[in-house]
Design a protein around this ligand. Structure first.
Ligand code: PCA
Length: 322
């Protein structure tokens, strides 16, 4: 049977229309391909691609390969790229709301972190909206602990150590512990350790494994100080340029990615603590003395945060403690 010319023309028109509408976005993240956040992002973009029949494709550039990590937020803001992922607390100096999830010992379980996230979400969304960005989802890293190159019994043992930090909060934490903080991006850890720029770090089991911590370090003190979050944002104008159906696919996939991400994070902690131990790192809870000193630092930082966050901070904390 011969197809009627009119039908052929119709098919061709539909085909060219969808081809014309297909867009490719760029997305940047600071973290490596192997990291669970990046694996979650890869799944997220795959679902968007499938859900839109290829109309929206997103190329993910990991390890700060497209945009340097401290510039990812502004690259999305200025629409140099459409989407980006970054650690919320790297922006702590901009607004105290960004520091909340990294105040040590304020929320140390996944349950409390999730609750704190829910309470702080409208505030986070508002600050990003003012910068023409839309929050798609946010996922916590596993609990943060201390990696060292020798055993630590008490806080004084950290004195003078060069501690790798990744945010204003981790810098302050190391400083209050008597150590010397130095900012190093996750992607530059191996180099920083081999060149002796740092000899200890604050991070998760996850980043410890991703950076093969056993090559430079011997101990991990799993003190569960806090669970900082990554956030995935989209430029608002880029989002607005999508048709309604595509927007819905994107938002639905984001909701699924958020749920999946928190589950992946929990699993990651157990798996990677074991991987650290299997590779020869001594994983310990840390002495009572050490933990008490860390908690004291947490109290200092909580007081500092409250002062800085003012009335809005009070509101958030009240809602969180309810
Ligand atoms: N890994 C990231 C941030 C928090 C974490 O667990 C890092 O170390 O840079």
């Amino acid at each position: 049977m011969r197809l009627k010319p009119i039908l052929i023309a119709g098919v061709m028109l539909a085909f060219s229309a969808s081809a014309a509408q297909a867009v490719t976005w760029r997305m940047a993240t600071a973290y490596p391909e192997a990291n669970f956040h990046t694996r979650n992002i890869n799944q997220f973009v795959k679902e968007i691609e499938q859900g839109t029949d290829g109309k929206l494709q997103i190329n993910v550039h990991a390890s700060g390969s497209l945009i340097k990590p401290p510039e990812i937020k502004n690259a999305v803001r200025s629409r140099q790229i459409e989407m980006g992922e970054f650690l919320v607390s790297t922006l702590a100096n901009e607004n105290s709301i960004f520091a909340l999830d990294s105040v040590p010992f304020m929320a140390v379980s996944y349950e409390d972190s999730a609750k704190m996230y829910q309470v702080s979400k409208p505030y986070l969304e508002e600050v990003f909206a003012k910068q023409r960005m839309k929050v798609l989802y946010s996922v916590a890293w596993p609990p943060q602990g201390f990696y060292t190159e020798r055993p630590i019994e008490k806080i004084e043992d950290l004195k003078g150590m060069k501690v790798r930090a990744y945010s204003p909060q981790t810098e302050r934490f190391a400083q209050l512990a008597g150590a010397i903080p130095t900012q190093v991006e996750a992607a530059d850890l191996a180099q920083a350790f081999t060149t002796g720029r740092v000899n200890a770090m604050v991070t998760s089991s996850s980043t410890g494994v991703n950076s093969a911590a056993w090559d430079y370090l011997t101990h991990y003190y799993d003190v569960s100080a806090f669970l900082p979050k990554n956030v995935v944002v989209v430029n608002q104008a880029s989002f607005d340029s999508l048709d309604k159906d595509t927007q819905k696919v994107l938002l639905d996939a984001a909701a699924i990615a958020e749920e999946r991400g928190w589950e992946m994070s929990k699993e990651e902690h157990d798996t990677q603590l074991k991987a650290l131990a299997d590779n020869g790192i001594k994983v310990e809870a840390g002495s009572e003395q050490l933990n008490a000193a860390f908690r004291k630092i947490g109290e200092t930082m909580a007081a500092e945060w409250s002062k800085e966050a003012g009335k809005q901070g009070q509101e958030i904390l009240e809602a969180y403690r309810k």
